[in-house]
Unconditional design. Structure first.
Length: 56
């Protein structure tokens, strides 16, 4: 497994964890903070997708 793959895997894990936390926070507590957490998670997903596109 190359270094780019390891970085992509880490970014995916961070995305998934933040997305789940964001949805839980959105549904149970403050919707605005949950939205911000989900937006931050999306930034990690965009970074991972960019790495995937640059790899090809």
């Amino acid at each position: 497994m190359s270094t780019k793959d390891k970085i992509r895997n880490c970014l995916n894990i961070i995305f998934m964890v933040l997305a789940v936390i964001g949805v839980i926070y959105y549904l149970t507590k403050d919707r605005m903070v949950g939205t911000y957490i989900i937006l931050i998670a999306m930034c990690f997903k965009i970074a991972e997708s960019s790495l995937r596109m640059l790899n090809k």
